[in-house]
Ligand binder design. Structure first.
Ligand code: SAM
Length: 279
């Protein structure tokens, strides 16, 4: 990396509550020469609020390629740049990836700061116990494509995290019921960190009625999280296999050993179960 290159900082900004800016993010935004912002008009008052005198350049989805060149040119001149989006973490359902890729491909240092992200904020209060989650972001706006996209993830045993616009929430929830089933838990996280923040969990099948019951419930910004597809219980499968083997007159010990080897369920547990049935 050439000596004189300055680094690119990737800086998350608050989702709504300005107090959520980190000390480090504030310091970086005050120190850099340039801020590359998704919407310069939106970010100008925020930088003033922070006491930053950085110069603004536009970096949105329609000019990202040109913006990437511009950012690299500033870094080459030894002027540090901070990349921000309108809210949350750049590059997460927001522009930024192309700029970061271009800067890293040139061997120039990219320094990411941790900070606000609607998906992580919603997950932290979801109460869902799924061990894994899949960040989907925005579903397609067209119903046919949306249903197809949902079908592709319908059998995953992971919580699914979606971003959704208020005017599409009802439609999307309808498609989720049709493709993922009515039984799974839906967490509706709305207006996080803002005055009318609300986090509500309910079965997917009850969500449309709940949303329609009060027009306020369809207003603002949404994260929708659906619990993962239920996994057919391994124990259940192991016991079915065990029963079949016993019906073939295999000795209990051998049947338990085989059922355990096939399913991965503990041999001793299956042996005890078989003895119970025998009694
Ligand atoms: N980069 C952002 C992040 O790190 O979360 C996301 C940007 S994306 C263009 C905007 C979407 O994020 C909104 O449509 C909504 O789904 C979600 N979102 C942003 N702020 C939110 C908030 N305060 N409460 C709930 N969802 C929010």
């Amino acid at each position: 990396m050439p000596e004189k290159f300055a680094p690119l900082y990737v800086v998350p900004t608050p989702l709504g509550n300005l107090a959520d800016i980190s000390e480090r993010a504030r310091a970086v935004l005050r120190e850099v020469v340039w801020v590359a912002a998704e919407d310069t008009r939106h970010s100008a008052p925020f930088l003033t609020y922070l006491g930053s005198r950085a110069r603004l350049m536009a970096a949105h989805e329609h000019n990202e390629r040109a913006a990437a060149e511009q950012v690299l040119a500033r870094l080459a001149a030894g002027e540090a740049v901070a990349l921000i989006s309108d809210a949350g973490t750049p590059g997460i359902s927001d522009p930024g990836a192309r700029i970061v890729a271009h800067v890293r491909a040139a061997g120039v240092k990219v320094i990411p700061l941790p900070g606000p992200c609607a998906a992580a904020t919603a997950l932290s209060a979801s109460g869902l116990e799924d061990a894994h989650w899949l960040f989907y972001g925005f579903l397609p706006a067209k119903p046919g494509q949306r249903q197809k996209a949902l079908m592709e993830v319908a059998t995953l045993p992971h919580a699914l995290v979606f971003y959704e616009a208020p005017h599409r929430v009802l439609e999307s929830v309808g498609d989720m019921v049709a493709t993922l089933g009515a039984e799974r838990t839906l967490v509706i996280a709305r207006e996080l960190t803002k005055q009318f923040e609300s986090i509500h969990s309910l079965p997917l099948g009850a969500a449309a009625e709940w949303l329609a019951a009060d027009p306020m419930r369809q207003k603002g910004e949404f994260v929708l999280i659906v619990s993962g597809a239920p996994v057919a219980s391994d124990t259940h499968a192991a016991e079915r296999i065990l029963k079949l083997l016993l019906a073939e007159n295999l000795p209990v010990k051998q049947a338990a050993k085989l059922a355990a080897a096939i399913t991965g369920v503990a041999k001793n547990a299956l042996y005890a179960r078989a003895l119970e049935w025998r009694r």
